[in-house]
Design a binder for this molecule. Structure first.
Ligand SMILES: NC(=O)c1ccc[n+]([C@@H]2O[C@H](COP(=O)([O-])OP(=O)(O)OC[C@H]3O[C@@H](n4cnc5c(N)ncnc54)[C@H](OP(=O)(O)O)[C@@H]3O)[C@@H](O)[C@H]2O)c1
Length: 289
């Protein structure tokens, strides 16, 4: 395989994200073949220099590396059914969002399989802030790393194909937790006419300060040796007041209630003297289905 062959790529799926991926490959100078179920979405990419394939198999056979980015894992399975043997000896990088289990099931269908999680929105692809997480065949990832790096920073996590999806969801969990807390805060001060933009002057440095405590929280999660500076029994009482105050201001406490429930469970399980890291213990016991 020559260098020019290893730098060519195929993109299957030209929605908002797939089109951004193909554009970034073309911009970085990689000869790119594209295919989409609705053929018209290939037109702007062909104008940028992409080659349009008329079938999935033809698209896959055009490059040693195929990147697939569809709506969900079911669509990827359908596409692989359509591909027949075309993938044989070729690398499949699946950047469609799915669960770790979806990734492991898809990995069973392609010998050289890499799964990925895109930590970016389409306009960020190819730019300095885009990050893509990868897991699965380390050999396949290493062989195509230079091409994949034109999409964004590439972080390889290990041979288990489910790891990229797991990390992706864990990062999203952190994000949604932060947004949920911030939105509750805006709603609460909003009841007294305080604009969210004005409140940010206090909220953003506060969240920065709290984020700076995460190294200590993480150490406690790993060691199971919890600190007691802010014991959960005290925090649970404080959060009960927060919930009462929210209701009194006419705000639903829906985003805060699950935190209170876990705190109560942790206190009941004997973690009243531990700080917030002990909540992970309660979560690890699983949730009622
Ligand atoms: N957009 C984002 O901000 C973002 C960020 C991170 C990750 N992602 C992930 O990237 C993936 C694609 O997202 P997107 O924003 O590009 O979505 P999108 O714009 O809705 O595009 C969906 C793509 O899936 C194709 N598709 C749907 N069902 C199909 C099927 N049965 N067979 C073949 N093709 C099928 C569509 O083809 P047609 O054009 O023919 O309908 C289209 O190319 C998703 O898994 C998403 O979670 C997106």
């Amino acid at each position: 395989v020559t260098n020019s062959e290893t730098s060519t790529a195929t993109v299957l799926g030209l929605g908002a994200m797939g089109s951004a991926l193909a554009r970034a490959l073309l911009t970085a100078g990689h000869p790119t073949t594209v295919w989409n179920r609705s053929a018209d979405k290939a037109v702007p990419l062909v104008e940028q220099g992409a080659v349009r394939a008329s079938t999935v198999a033809e698209a896959i056979e055009a490059s040693p590396l195929t990147i697939v980015c569809l709506v969900d894992a079911t669509a990827v399975h359908e596409l692989l059914d359509e591909a027949g043997d075309a993938l044989s000896g070729r690398v499949l990088v699946n950047l469609t969002s799915g669960t770790p289990e979806h990734a492991r099931t898809l990995a069973d269908r392609a010998v050289h399989y890499v799964d990925g999680g895109i930590m970016a929105v389409p306009p960020m692809i190819g730019g300095p802030d885009a990050l893509v997480l990868y897991s699965g065949s380390g050999e396949a990832f290493a062989a195509h790393r230079p091409v994949l790096e034109s999409l964004g920073a590439a972080r390889y996590l290990g041979e288990d194909p489910g790891l990229a999806a797991l990390y992706d969801f864990a990062l999203l969990s952190g994000m949604y937790g932060m947004f949920a807390g911030a939105l509750h805060a805006y709603a609460l001060v909003g009841t007294e006419g305080v604009p969210a933009t004005a409140f940010n002057e206090l909220l953003v440095p506060w969240l920065d300060a709290m984020a700076s405590t995460l190294p200590r929280v993480a150490e406690e999660v790993d060691s199971g040796d919890y600190g007691s500076d802010s014991p959960l029994a005290m925090q649970a009482t404080g959060v009960a007041s927060l919930i009462e105050a929210s209701r009194a201001q006419g705000i639903t406490p829906d985003l805060i209630l699950p935190v209170k429930r876990l705190m109560d469970e942790a206190v009941a399980a004997g973690h009243g003297d531990s700080d917030v890291a002990a909540l992970v213990r309660v979560m690890a016991r699983g949730a009622p289905r």
